[in-house]
Design a protein. Structure first.
Length: 514
């Protein structure tokens, strides 16, 4: 399978996984709204953010370990089908044994640190309908589940590093589907926070064994040699891992702390509508950067082989795809506004267009910086930590100042301002320079076509709504989604697919008609 096909499969697998999660979340969200009180729902959304602890306590090991495995795999060249030689086999075995031992310690640390920090924070919540012991119990169970998730990271690194990109997403989607379906059933049966947390923890535990079984079935030869813990290898990974970790900590502080400020400065009851609007855009963002994420392994191969033109082709294609998705979907969500959220969650749960507009701008720019830096960091260019940490410090400061003065709008604006002052310009500047792509080329080949798509989708979705062509909000939402989807598909045909891809699609369509 070629690099392009592997990237396509990885992106499709990520989209499938995210699509499954989105569909189930769309189903789960109204169930949560109907079966939990606003305070209990707000607390559950607060507790559900424990996944951030994986990135905080991983210390960047996962990204570095995956990259080192990929580089060992790619020593025979950039061809992903190249077989493993004896040297690469032994090197990967040593990396896996070293990673396995490190992740055992990290899993224990994750549980201890996240549990203690959560207990300290949760006791300061002002609760009126929930008991604090119940909240603590749910938190502890979720932290235990997250430690199982950390435990499984070694096998994620192995699968991605040797070229099986996307399979972790496919396997994870099956576990997520089962978990969410059981949670929905539990809510209908009267379950609360503790029940939801227990189901989530069981899902993390099951995922660990599913990943291990899949890795053994696909690459059994990697398990025939027991590697050795290599202190020199571990020490060589410390610097890039910590720099990666510091960057992720900064991004978490910027992008995943709003709900804590809302709970501290206002009320947990304000979180659901705010979080629902953010979830729509962040899910689209995850889908938009999927291709860039799965491409990182192959960018490492190409960079090591000195194939810079191929690196440019992969990165530019990923940016057009990701920013095109955000432009089309962001325009559609903005135009539909309250109609979308009234249909989805019921009346009274729309946060307002100003905050929604901030989220659209924030996550569009986030997609751009992520798409560029994922390529840059695949070359082990880990230089973004000071800027990310600076963004986190600015965000925390502005969230307090603007949150007190302007409420939810101030908290949302603090995130956008912090990113604009740091990551959203520096990551683009540094990443393009590292990858040897000029800004003029980026502007002409990526930003201008994407801007055109945003304008066209905005007008195309707004005109029929302004003309009162739809009798119900349901019709407006479905039509808006269809229009933006068709225009996005046209954009992908002309700006994402290459001429060879278009010719193959045309040939397949002709055969299908015959």
């Amino acid at each position: 399978m070629s690099v392009t096909k592997r990237i396509a499969f990885g992106a499709a697998a990520s989209w499938f996984s995210r699509g499954v999660a989105i569909v189930l979340s769309i189903v789960l969200m109204p169930v949560l709204f109907h079966h939990l009180g606003k305070e209990e729902l707000g607390v559950w959304m607060l507790l559900a953010q424990t996944s951030a602890m994986i990135f905080i306590l991983d210390l960047g090991l996962g990204a570095t370990l995956t990259r080192r495995i990929a580089m060992a795999k790619g020593k025979g060249g950039s061809d992903p089908e190249a077989p493993l030689n004896e040297e690469a086999h032994r090197e990967i075995a040593n990396l896996m044994e070293s990673g396995r031992r490190l992740y055992q310690g990290i899993a224990v640390s994750t549980f201890v640190v996240s549990s203690l920090s959560g207990f300290i924070y949760l006791q300061h919540l002002h609760l009126t309908t929930l008991s604090l012991p119940a909240v603590w119990t749910a938190w502890g169970i979720l932290c235990l589940g997250q430690s199982f998730g950390v435990w499984a990271q070694t096998w994620n690194c192995l699968l991605c590093g040797v070229g099986y990109v996307g399979w972790d997403a496919v396997l994870g989607s099956f576990i997520s589907t089962g978990t969410l379906l059981v949670q929905i059933a539990a809510l209908y049966l009267g379950g609360g926070l503790v029940t939801l947390a227990t189901i989530a923890a069981v899902g993390f535990f099951a995922q660990r064994f599913l990943l291990l079984g899949f890795a053994r079935s696909r690459r059994p030869e990697l398990f025939k040699i027991r590697g050795n813990f290599d202190g020199l290898v571990v020490r060589s990974m410390i610097s890039p891992s910590l720099r990666f970790w510091a960057t992720e900590v900064g991004l978490i502080l910027v992008l995943n702390t709003d709900q804590f400020f809302i709970a501290s400065l206002g009320s947990a009851a304000q979180i659901p509508a705010y979080r629902a609007a953010y979830l729509v855009l962040i899910n689209l963002n995850v889908m938009a950067v999927a291709a860039a994420s799965v491409s990182s392994v192959f960018v490492s191969h190409l960079w090591q082989a000195g194939q810079i033109i191929e690196v440019h082709r992969v990165v530019v294609r990923n940016l057009r795809l990701g920013l095109g998705i955000m432009a089309a979907s962001g325009a559609c969500v903005l135009v539909l506004g309250p109609r979308l959220f009234d249909v989805w969650l019921g009346a009274g749960n729309f946060i307002g267009r100003p905050i929604l507009g901030i989220f659209v701008a924030l996550l569009f720019l986030e997609t751009q910086s992520s798409g560029i830096t994922l390529g840059s960091r695949a070359t082990e260019d880990e230089v973004f930590a000071p800027w990310a940490l600076g963004a986190g410090a600015i965000k925390l400061t502005l969230a307090v100042l603007l949150g007190v003065r302007y409420g939810l709008m101030g908290i949302a604006l603090s995130t956008l301002l912090a990113q604009l002052a740091t990551n959203h310009w520096y990551m683009v500047y540094r990443g393009l320079n590292r990858l040897q792509i000029s800004f003029e080329s980026h502007l002409t080949n990526v930003l201008l076509p994407v801007a055109g798509l945003f304008v066209v989708v905005t007008i195309a979705v707004w005109l029929p709504i302004a003309g009162n062509l739809f009798a119900t909000d349901w019709q407006a939402v479905l039509a808006g989604g269809a229009i933006s989807g068709i225009l996005l598909a046209a954009f992908m045909w002309f700006f994402v697919l290459e001429s060879g891809h278009r010719q193959r699609f045309s040939a397949w369509s002709q055969l299908a008609r015959q």
